[in-house]
Design a binder for this molecule. Sequence first.
Ligand code: TYD
Ligand code: MG
Length: 412
Amino acid sequence: MLIFRQTLCLGHDLIVCLMGSLTLVGGDPGVGKSTLLLQIAAMITEECNDSEASPVVYVSGEESVEQIGNRADRLGITEDIYLYSSNDIEDILKKVQYLAPRALVIDSIQTVYLKGIMGSPGGIMQVKECTSALLRFAKTTNIPVLLIGHVTKSGDIAGPRVLEHIVDVVLYMEGEKYSTHRMLRAVKNRFGSTDELGVFEMSHSGLQAVSNASEMFLSEQHLDSEILAGLAVAVIMDGSRTFLIEIQALCLSGSTGSRQVNGIHANRADMIISVLIKQAGLRLQENAVFLNVVSGLTLTETAGDLAIAAAICSSFLEVPIPNEIAFIGEIGLGGELRMVPRMEKRVYTVAKLGYRMCIVPKTAEKTLGNEGLEKMTLVGCRNLKEVIYTVFPKVGDVPWVRRWEPAWIWVR
Ligand code: TYD
Ligand code: MG
């Protein structure tokens, strides 16, 4: 049994390569699949360093042996890996069976074919039959097979999605176009949880595991300065991982009340702004509001509501939020704060990263207790007004807030 850990850890302990298993690694062309699997091939070889073990075989139907070799050199791989370039599955499997390697990598399913099957390589029949042949090979020889598949949007080349039910494990590699971060997500796993996420950075020497993944979406300005109004930190979950992300808001007074959002669903943003107007007394009606999630992420969880509201308040009041405060909570139409799933995990991540304060719904404060949170103040708030008084204690001096109207008068 082979388990990848350490340097190129896939999540914490995601098992992707059991004896006789077939694992599909999918992703957009150019995302880094070949790089990842070459590095994994080197890791497997390194882990099985007894002299009897045969190395991993890396077969490419896309690149020549020289090209793969050059890439391995660039990645600083010194382990012995057998490289082979071929498109004929029968030829590949015959040679590999003879070598009996520790693992077999096929790059990619779209470039191999099986004689006697209709269609060209990459066609749906070929892709399915080749994958089935690889599955049979894995099961009969006990050699784990790692298969690369390009995700394609056009219909004429079969994407790896049609293969998902054939293989044992499906991993997808994702990355934003202009970011060096790469995520490896398990979407199917016959041997364990899919609740894992590997986080990597593509460097000049290949993929490196990101050690401080929770903080990777925070901008440097946020970590270094407390002078910018309109920034707030949200705590979101992806799989079992917790990420802190920065929400930016810009409120422009004397404008038509237009809304521009980036990385936040427009309906959710509208709702939060309306709740701030109605339930917290903020005069946002004549303000243009711009909202942005740093790093090009899209916020899909309601757990980010409170950070969005806090960022808007901060920009509107022109009072920066101290950068050691994080926000977790869903906002209801009454301005009340609601619990979100996995509160405990989120709060402990914030505490571990050295934050001084975490604003959460009151119910969360009661259930969490203080254990492990000695260095961080957990502040439970019932509603948005309590949040505003906690984060912007001098808000009463700010004339733009409707403080004298009955709705705003509230006893702490
Ligand atoms: P690749 O693994 O070829 O992607 P895929 O197999 O998914 O098509 O890698 C694609 C990109 O990664 C390539 O455009 C250049 C970049 N890259 C690096 O930044 N550093 C590296 O060390 C390597 C090998 C590639
Ligand atoms: Mg490739």
